[in-house]
Ligand binder design. Structure first.
Ligand SMILES: [Zn+2]
Length: 144
């Protein structure tokens, strides 16, 4: 997925496949209309059956931390004041096999651990054209 490297932040470029994920304030994934395989990030072709028709599949936004990395070097000038921060790989409780990557909100980076339960929370942002985003992030809800 391409991104807009803005002066202030890194924001996604919206398209038909990802608009609902980044604007709805819900975890809405792409499910194949033919075989039901759920893919994230969304793709133009189903990895299960090569189908090209999709339907939305909503997750309750609960999951587990499968992996965590703490970023110490800002990869963009806008992030200079944000480091260190934790990025997690989350497996969803209700959509097996699908993993999402995101920021952790509300917990010190060195306190984020593999196995912790998380829930999705959403940060508000706006694209340069004014379209409002609700970017999924993660909040720790239970220790290991
Ligand atoms: Zn399919």
């Amino acid at each position: 997925m391409s991104r807009v490297l803005g002066d202030d932040w890194l924001l996604p470029v919206l398209d038909e496949g990802n608009r609902e994920f980044f604007t709805s304030g819900r975890i809405v994934l792409q499910a194949c209309a033919s075989c039901g395989v759920v893919a994230h990030p969304p793709d133009e072709v189903c990895g299960g059956c090569r189908g090209r028709a999709f339907e939305p599949r909503e997750s309750a936004g609960r999951g587990r931390v499968e992996s965590v990395v703490v970023v110490h070097h800002p990869v963009h000038p806008a992030l200079a004041g944000a480091v260190p921060y934790a990025i997690v790989l989350v497996s969803l409780d209700d959509v097996p096999g699908v993993h999402l990557v995101g920021n952790v909100r509300g917990t010190a980076p060195d306190e984020v651990e593999i196995g912790q339960a998380v829930r999705a929370v959403f940060s508000k942002a706006a694209l340069p054209d004014g379209e409002r985003l609700r970017v999924p992030e993660w909040e720790i809800v239970a220790a290991v």
